[in-house]
Write a protein that binds this ligand. Sequence first.
Ligand code: N01
Length: 535
Amino acid sequence: MSSQTIKEVDAVVLGAGFAGLYMLHQLRSKGFSTIVYEAGDGVGGVWYWNRYPGARCDIESIYYNYTFSKELYEEWTWTSRFPEQAEILRYLNYVADRFQLRTDIQFNTRVTAAHFDEERHKWMIYLNDGQYILTKYFITGIGCLSAANVPNIQGLQQFNGKWYHTGHWPHEKVDFTGKRVGIIGTGSSGIQAIPVIAKEAEQLTVFQRTPQYTIPARNHAYDEDFIKETKQNFEAIKHSMRNSVSGTPFAQNQQSAMEDRDDRRQEVFEKAWAQGGFAFSATYHDLLTNEQSNEKAAEFIRSKIRQIVKDPVVAEKLCPKYMYGTKRQVLDSDYFETYNRENVLLVDVKESPIQKITGEGIQTADNHFDLDIIIFATGYDGMTGPLFKIDIQGRNGVTLKEKWKGGAAVQTYLGLTTAGFPNLFMITGPESPSVLVNMPIAIEQHVEWVAECMQYLREHDIDLVEPTLEAEEAWSKHCQEVANATLYVKGDSWYTGANIEGKPRSFLIYLGGFDYYTKHCKEVAQNNYEGFKLM
Ligand code: N01
């Protein structure tokens, strides 16, 4: 096929979630022809796919939104402290309409491959419908948690009932009335879904592999005065989020948990528990760096579980024994209380492992559980998973998966780019602050940086941008050093890849602080893209 017949754009963006929508808006405003490919039939990304019962964001709604447009912030009114999935999806649809983004989004389309063409200095993007398109810039906005993990349990195909993964929930309501439901997994998704399903199902059996340190969310409706005040303070809120450690306006207490007397520390923890949300993790600065401080927080939460759950045997099974916070902090609404219900049963699958799925339910080492519905709340192949699902080939036909040795040797520069893959930008990519920062804010910073970089290249008549190996080696080393100074790396979680069988262990989130990271990215740009080869 001759090159004239191939459709060509300046930029191809993957995904129409928070990242893809804003990337499109930015690039359009700078005059780059752009097309967004989205696998779903609507915008929303993670909020399009995660429609499971109880799905809700655990960042407060007034902070979990875009800040690039004051008008948008003033026009949209959130109804409650922690927004439910449907409300966030409505918000993203509103954004898509307000900025007339849909015309440049192709829905129901998956990108299967992206190959860098060394002669043309362009990327060839291959779509699942057999079409392809040529682009100068290839930008992924596919999130860190979009590759669902359905564990390979023998017999699933023989199951006579229905089964679902929380991240691929059907659009129509799943009716649990009169049903015996089994749910595998007690992470953020499972813990949100369990109390809601328990109220509807005849019987709910929870298959727990690892208990969680979850904190009450204490969700509530917003009142009008609060919303009014928030909108009036937009500039201050925006400034504090964009210049914060975590993308939210909260400051962490700078004291060590070991500096306080026992009674004072108890008071501090109690106050945060009553306040709900992420206040608990900000009570002391060293909960994730000092094992003694960590244990104080862990023991406080265990004491709460023992108070709430009436059956002491069940309570003990629900008490985590690993270090607090090394799995992502979960927020819940009546999670532990749900185990006091007569129709809820907890099965510890570490004690009695799942052996297989039968036509009628789940067989563990010492029991068979008859089920009509099985829910996999079993999480994601995080960080690298979404990127590895696409055949991304850089220079010399080397794939991203090969370069990163299947995840064992991930190296990026700023978590945005990687050597050997010119003009590829990964929004919230591995080794950027991503999931340990309020995501919309992390996304805005990346998107704006990428758009400005592309503008710079155009103004200076530069074709290609690619990090040097030295720059990315230094960045990756810095990321590892910062992570190794924390307790995160010691935990078994999707943060470390421990949740996926055979996945190499690595910690791919930049922990040096969003404020420092933003400043550093700015300096890189101001120094004429230091660490990059501009060709
Ligand atoms: O997934 P997870 P998630 N047999 O990996 C268990 C974001 N999020 O979808 O801990 C039995 O946390 C697994 O057990 P273990 C948020 O960043 C945000 O819940 O590996 N069990 C674990 O209990 C979150 O962290 C929101 O031993 C198996 C569970 O499944 C991230 O998404 C809401 C198993 C998976 O927990 C992922 O959360 C939802 C097996 N073979 C998600 N395999 C909010 O904003 C896995 N498990 C609120």
